[in-house]
Structures are given as C-alpha cells and as structure tokens.
Design a binder for this molecule. Structure first.
Ligand SMILES: C[S@@+](CC[C@H](N)C(=O)[O-])C[C@H]1O[C@@H](n2cnc3c(N)ncnc32)[C@H](O)[C@@H]1O
Length: 298
C-alpha cells in the first residue's frame, strides 16, 4: 500500500520522518525518493533488517539514521538522537517477508526449523514462552491472538508435547495444529501467528506508539499505521479515537474541567489494498491502513 502510505505521509513536505518498522527498507526508500528534503530515522528490532535496509538505502545514506531498537522505545530513541518531534511516522506492523522466508528463524511451518520466532534479541523464543506459560494463559493466547477454536485442548496438547520432549521444531508444532480442511486457512497459520504475537509482545509496543503520538508528532505531522491482524487494527482505531476525545469529565458537566486538549485526530478513513495489489502480493490481503495527524494549533 505504498501509494496510500505516501498520500498520508506526504514526504514532499520534507522534515524528519521515522520508520518504526524498517524491515528491508522498502517503504523507507519510497519516502526518501518522494521527499528529497526528508531526513529519515529507521528503526527495527531485528539486526538482520537493519543490515538489509542499510544496503537497500545506501544511496540515501547521508539522510538516513538507522537504530536497532524496539519501537515501544520511540520516545527514548528520539531523545537519544536529540530529536524533539517528527513530521512523519510509519508503522507497518508484524513480521517481514524476509523473516518469514528465512527458515532458520522458525516463523514458518513450510520448513522444519527450531521453534524460535524472535523478531529481535529483545523477544522471547516461542519454546521459552510455552515453558513459562500456564495452560490457562496459553489457551487465552491461542484464543485471542489466533481465534483458534478448541484453544484449551490445543494448549494442553502443546504443554504435553513439551513435557515429553517432542516439541522443538516448527514441523512438530504444525502437526499439533492438525490438517488443513478444504480451502480454509491452515490451522497452523493461526497457531504460529498467535505464538509469534505473544512471544514478541507485538501489541504492547504498538499501543505505546499510538499513545505517544501527541508528544512525538510535530504540529501538522502525520502518522500511518499498517496492520495485518484485527487486534492491531483495533488498537490503532481505538487508540486514535481516545486521543481525539480524552476528556474524562462526567458527561453532564456543561464544560470540560479536566484540562484535556485535543492534539491528534484521524487522517482519512480506513484503507485496504485493491485487488491488483492482492494479486501481486497475496500477503497484503489482510492489510489495513489508518492515518493520524497532529493538529497545527494544539
Ligand atoms: C512488515 S515488516 C516491515 C516492512 C517494511 N515496511 C518494508 O517496506 O520493507 C515489519 C518489520 O517490523 C519489525 N518490528 C516488528 N515489531 C517491532 C517492534 N516492536 N520494534 C521494532 N521493530 C519491529 C520487524 O522486525 C520487521 O522487520
């Protein structure tokens, strides 16, 4: 959804932009090309992504600063660079194609590999997550992040397999999810997604970024969020809404007395990829894009 992202961020305006999910630097390159006056800070928790993006963005290197960090630390990252606010912010959530397609990272059940799924060194291995989680909490993870029916039964089977020493690899995990039925999504897809989201605490850091928008965006600054999971999209949608109306006064009070000042509002509505994009890149099928802007006068 490159064009739609650029429509929101409008890099032609110039200024300091931050890409909080740099990946291979695909979106970042478009931003830098479209905005010759843009200085870009690229953040990723994955050292392999930082290396790949460094090579991909080599032609722009005098305008780019790369930081390996969790974007939940966005305020700290900016403070360390001596940057108060940014004019554009991009967060393209989830796992990258590079991560999915590197078998030894353990994100995919298409190849047998150790059960890892860490996006970066700050995350937990999936095997460690399973070992540290009770059956009840594991069932909750599978039900909430994977919308898996029979999550309790599957959680029990996973813990039993770990206890028996027969759950070390992606193939062993996929087998526990059961076979694919008809044209439905493979049950292992949901299982892998649920465990990946939990092991990488993906939703926590997204929430921090949305909450930080009033501080991090400069007046007129724009943010674009791409999400792939309904829970991510909900965090962005509700988070921005609550920034629009953060007044905590009782409803019957004639005037606001809590001192809330609105600084951020939605920028455009929900955007989804068109059929053409889905045909070229089937992984984009579930993508959702939302924008936000920092008000000029606040
Ligand atoms: C979907 S990919 C981004 C692809 C990128 N927009 C591009 O065009 O190449 C998501 C990237 O975000 C990174 N990531 C996910 N959660 C993160 C977090 N909490 N902090 C920093 N990076 C994160 C992943 O490591 C991955 O490289």
């Amino acid at each position: 959804m490159v064009d739609e992202v650029l429509d929101i961020l409008e890099p032609e305006r110039g200024g300091v932009f931050i890409d909080l999910t740099l990946g291979g630097g695909g979106h970042a390159a478009h931003v830098l090309r479209r905005g010759p006056q843009v200085r870009l800070i690229g953040v990723d928790r994955d050292p392999a992504a930082i290396a790949a993006a460094g090579a991909h963005l080599a032609e722009f290197q005098d305008r780019v600063t790369l930081v390996q960090s969790n974007h939940g630390q966005v305020r700290e990252v900016l403070a360390e660079l001596g940057v108060d606010t940014v004019d554009g912010l991009l967060l393209d959530a989830g796992v990258s194609s590079h991560q999915l397609d590197t078998p030894e990272r353990g994100f995919s059940f298409s190849h047998d590999a150790p059960l890892d799924m860490r996006m970066g060194p700050d995350a937990q291995r999936v095997t460690d997550l399973i070992d540290d989680t009770s059956e009840r909490d594991l069932a909750k993870i599978l039900g909430t992040y994977g919308e898996i029916r029979g999550a309790g039964r599957l959680a029990r089977a996973i813990l039993r397999a770990r206890a028996q020493g027969v759950l070390e690899t992606t193939a062993q995990l996929a087998e526990l999810a059961g076979p694919r039925r008809g044209k439905r999504v493979h049950p292992a897809t949901k299982l892998f997604q649920a465990l990946r989201i939990a092991a990488n605490r993906e939703l926590d850091s997204l929430e921090v970024v949305v909450d930080s928008l009033p501080d991090v965006l400069a007046p007129g600054g724009r943010a674009a969020f791409i999400s792939f999971h309904s829970l991510e999209d909900r965090i962005v949608k509700h988070g921005v809404r609550s920034l629009e109306d953060g007044c905590t006064c009782p409803r019957d009070l004639p005037e606001c007395a809590c001192g809330f000042v609105q600084k951020v509002k939605r920028y455009g509505g929900l955007r989804r990829p068109g059929e053409k994009e889905i045909a070229v890149n089937p992984r984009s099928r579930s993508a959702r894009l939302r924008g936000a802007v920092r008000l000029q006068e606040a």
